[in-house]
Design a binder for this molecule. Structure first.
Ligand code: CA
Length: 528
């Protein structure tokens, strides 16, 4: 028995949304926002966030008018799983074809797609192929060894290592993450065929713009090996042409929670995933802000430039599986701004985790890093009119909420808006070649982004003290001659930069003194 060859389907125009800048894919022009629907906004008063609630708050994210500065300006959404599931988080799916009734209906989801696309926003959905819920009808049926579904899961008569749990028949099933999340058996072609149909349904029938693929490194076990196996890579190489036939523009973004070299194994060849999340750079950004030293950030970014195809990785600071940025940074707005500046000055495709932009706090256990979004100082932060939301808001919501920050030009929310607007307006920040100048001071970091038409330089003082003994230097760069520096973020005036014919420059100080935690983004314009 072998998997049927995928049936070619006609390529349809997808969203009418713009293609990417300068030959890059559209995702390099996108700033994504990760949403936990359950915690974003409750439209019907049952205490649970829902799709209509997200639609109601789209103007907060992107109001469709590029000239306004009162929206966040993000241009893409990643929705954590929206299917019926056994757990609140949704990563144990019970039905891959349905929308969780707590979140709404399929029509609500289609309405969300329409409203998002109208604003120029693409929508990714979370796809969880590694495992199902133990309540999924496939697994319930699979308990019978004579059922057709038995071989949809991984069984053994004996326990051989961790991750094995007793099924009803006495055999053991494999479940990498949790006994309630049994792994699907991709050695069975029927499983691949079924999950291809799931992909076909959402990409072709419903029209999502891509998948964030959960836990892909664990997809197929091979002997004693459970991650990064050759069969997993082979499966992706066979899956990609099918997926891209459904929609050649659709993004394949994988969660490979590992070092950059192992992430690039899935993307650099161009025949598996389009992007993987860059966990190394995320940690480096966080550490730069936490420890006020640029060493790890510089090393990591430099290494990533060599490992990944240009711009082809997804950047973030923390996500729904990690302590929130603001908690790691000790509730220090200045340091949260530093982290944000490094995120948006870096190459790649940036993702913001909902609430990050207002400095929402949250430390594990998991539900605490997925708490409801506080919109106002009203009861339950205006998240719901119900007296008790599905989980309590952070107790500081009367002070820390969207309304409290929206009109304050110095708030973290305003800073995120400024950075995202700059990213949207300046191709150099999105797709420019990246150079990491020496700064001559451990607490200063700089990123130079260059296209044919534009040069943008970000300079950040990571430290709590003013810095005067610094100077930016590159031995090689595409710059040549004299540049005047126009401010994009942070007040000037800035000194001119002089580059040699070779592109080298040294001892460049845009300002004589960088104030504590100061972020400056400047556009270098040739004076000749
Ligand atoms: Ca609701």
């Amino acid at each position: 028995m072998s998997a049927p060859a995928p049936t070619p389907v006609p390529v349809q125009p997808v969203t009418g949304l713009p293609a990417g800048t300068a030959g890059y894919p559209w995702w390099n022009d996108t700033v994504f926002y990760e949403v936990f629907v359950r915690s974003f906004y409750d439209s019907d008063g049952d205490g649970i966030g829902d799709l209509n609630g997200l639609i109601a708050k789209l103007d907060y994210l992107n109001d469709e008018d590029p000239n306004t500065t009162t929206d966040l300006g993000v241009t893409g959404l990643w929705l954590m799983p929206i299917h019926p599931a056994a757990s609140y988080h949704g990563y144990d799916v019970i039905d891959y074809y349905q929308v969780n009734p707590e979140y709404g209906t399929l029509d609500d989801f289609k309405h969300l797609l329409t409203e998002a696309h109208q604003r120029g926003m693409r929508v990714l959905m979370d796809w969880v192929p590694n495992h199902t819920s133990d309540q999924h009808p496939w697994f319930v049926t699979a308990q019978d060894p004579n059922s057709d579904y038995h071989d949809w899961y991984v069984w053994s008569p004996r326990v051989s290592g961790s991750g094995w749990y007793a099924g009803a028949s006495g055999d053991y099933y494999y479940a990498h993450f949790d006994l309630h999340m049994p792994d699907l058996n991709y050695a069975n072609p029927a499983v691949t065929e079924q999950m291809r149909d799931v992909a076909r349904y959402w990409l072709e029938d419903v029209g999502v713009d891509g998948f964030r693929i959960d836990a892909i490194r664990y997809l197929i076990e091979d002997g004693g090996f459970t991650e990064h196996t050759d069969p997993t890579h082979a499966w992706l190489r066979a899956f990609r042409p099918f997926y891209k036939t459904l929609n050649p523009e659709a993004l394949m973004l994988g969660e490979i929670w590992d070092s950059s070299g192992l992430v690039a194994d899935y993307t650099a060849g161009g025949d598996e995933l389009d992007l993987g999340f860059n966990f190394d750079l995320a940690r480096a950004i966080l550490w730069a802000a936490a420890y006020r030293r640029d060493t790890l950030f510089r090393e990591t970014l430099t290494k990533d430039l060599a490992v990944f195809p240009p711009g082809q990785f997804a950047t973030f600071i923390t996500n729904h599986d990690q302590d929130r940025v603001m908690s790691v940074l000790g509730d220090d707005v200045a340091r949260a701004k530093v982290a944000a500046a490094l995120l948006f000055a870096s190459p790649g495709v940036p993702f913001v985790y909902y609430g990050e932009e207002i400095g929402l706090l949250g430390k594990k256990p998991d539900p605490s890093i997925r708490a409801p979004m506080p919109w106002t100082a009203d009861a339950n932060g205006g998240f719901t009119v119900a007296s008790s939301p599905w989980i309590g808001l952070n107790p500081d919501y009367p002070a820390r909420n969207v309304a409290a920050q929206t009109d304050d030009p110095n708030s973290l929310l305003s800073f995120y808006r400024d950075l995202i607007r700059l990213r949207n307006e300046h191709a150099a920040l999105r797709v420019g070649d990246t150079f990491v100048p020496e700064t001559g001071n451990l607490s200063v970091t700089a990123v130079l982004r260059v296209t044919q038409d534009e040069v943008v330089l970000a300079v950040v003082n990571l430290g709590k003290d003013p810095v005067s003994d610094y100077g930016l230097a590159l031995a090689e760069s595409p710059l040549q001659g004299d540049y005047q520096a126009a401010p994009l973020l942070g007040p000037g005036p800035f000194a001119r930069l002089a580059a040699e014919a070779s592109g080298a420059f040294a001892k460049y100080q845009p300002l004589p003194t960088l104030p504590p935690y100061g972020t400056f983004i400047l556009q270098l314009q040739p004076t000749r």
